[in-house]
Design a protein around this ligand. Structure first.
Ligand code: DC
Length: 235
């Protein structure tokens, strides 16, 4: 009988709008099927945190692009396997920065950092290395279009901006952040705008991706849907 280790290993690309719940779906699927999970957004967030910490953002909230490009060789991003909290932590030059990369300061600056072609090039190469042996689930904006255009399973997740802002707002409140819903909503809409209109690898559905509107779905319904699509691919 075919064991799980003999099963065909595939690449799963899960793209979609910010706060669409794609990371939760991707992480959960990886856990269920024993694949590696990579949160590509966390990588863009880590570069953004580096820029903020190294004074590469002006008081007018402009990224000092040349300085950041020059610093790219000094920015090393890796992941630490999930610990007691069940969450994989992002490391920036060896430091666990998981709790810093999700705050509003980073969220507000990450899209302008992610439009820089040199940043994208570097992170794309790193993401492709992670997928060399397949058996990986990566979520982001351009995974099915640019990072892994040959991924066997591509999912494009969407939900209304209001629903996504509501989810992110709840998440931030639970973390004890002092935020207003309006601020979170504006951030979601602005990130959608920048992510979909940037020149390099804009957020768009790959022609062979399956679209999932999860606005009215519970997490367990989403998981059932995704597991079914996964099983169809691995056979
Ligand atoms: O998934 P997220 O919200 O944590 O992503 C943070 C930002 O990173 C998002 O606003 C756009 C950018 N991003 C990207 O440009 N390409 C990716 N593959 C992943 C994220």
């Amino acid at each position: 009988m075919k064991g799980i280790d003999d099963a065909k290993k595939i690449i799963v690309a899960i793209d979609g709008y910010s706060s669409s719940g794609k990371s939760t779906m991707a992480r959960e699927l990886a856990k269920r099927v024993g694949y590696v999970y990579v949160d590509s957004g966390a990588m863009y967030r880590a570069v953004t945190l580096y820029a903020i910490r190294h004074d590469m953002v002006t008081p007018e909230k402009k990224v000092k692009t040349e300085e950041l490009i020059a610093a790219l060789p000094d920015i090393h991003i890796s992941f630490q396997a999930a610990g007691a909290d069940g969450i994989q932590h992002t490391l920036l030059n060896g430091e666990d920065v998981e709790k810093f990369i999700r705050d509003m300061e980073v969220s507000n600056m990450v899209s302008p950092v992610a439009v820089i072609p040199e940043v994208r090039q570097r992170l794309t190469a790193l993401q492709q290395e992670f997928g060399i042996h397949k058996g990986i689930i990566m979520d982001g904006r351009d995974i099915g279009t640019t990072v892994f255009p040959d991924a066997e399973l591509k999912v494009f997740v969407c939900a209304s901006p209001e629903e996504r802002a509501r989810r992110r707002y709840k998440e931030l409140l639970e973390k004890g952040e002092d935020v207003e819903y309006d601020e979170v909503y504006k951030n979601v809409v602005e990130r959608d705008r920048i992510d979909t209109t940037r020149e390099v690898s804009p957020l768009r559905k790959a022609s062979d991706a399956i679209e999932l509107d999860n606005g009215d779905m519970t997490p367990s319904e989403q998981m059932d849907w995704l597991l079914e699509k996964f099983q169809e691919q691995v056979g």
